[in-house]
Ligand binder design. Sequence first.
Ligand SMILES: [Ca+2]
Ligand SMILES: [Ca+2]
Length: 144
Amino acid sequence: MKKTIITMLIALVAICASAETYSYLKFTKTNGSTVTCSVEGIKLTYDYSNIIVTNAEGTTTIALADVQDMYFSNEGSTTPTYKVGDVNMDGDVNIADVTALIDYLLGGGASAINLNAADVTGDSEVNIGDVTSLIDMLLSSTPQ
Ligand SMILES: [Ca+2]
Ligand SMILES: [Ca+2]
């Protein structure tokens, strides 16, 4: 057990040392979401079940069990040019997007939709599950 901890600490030190040439440290979670942390003033610590990232922006805690991948990148989190759920690309996520998505799935009006935005579930497929998720998204009070 001690050996594992020491190995991890060495790995973390190596990561901290190489962080200077990149702007962001990114974590891919097992659910497919990405957590982006600026490396400015970054400090990585961990306890038995979490990685704790402290940087100029604050502290982020990520459960070790959720981490699928961890890497450095110069691409920030502000890159998406579309809003998830904005299927018809008019800047708003509303019932018209549900209609556009259903039209697409039924084989009509396929030209004017953003497939990336239409993949609400994030599984790289556009199907009825995305319609359900989009409706759920509209019905929930928290806009995404
Ligand atoms: Ca829209
Ligand atoms: Ca999907």
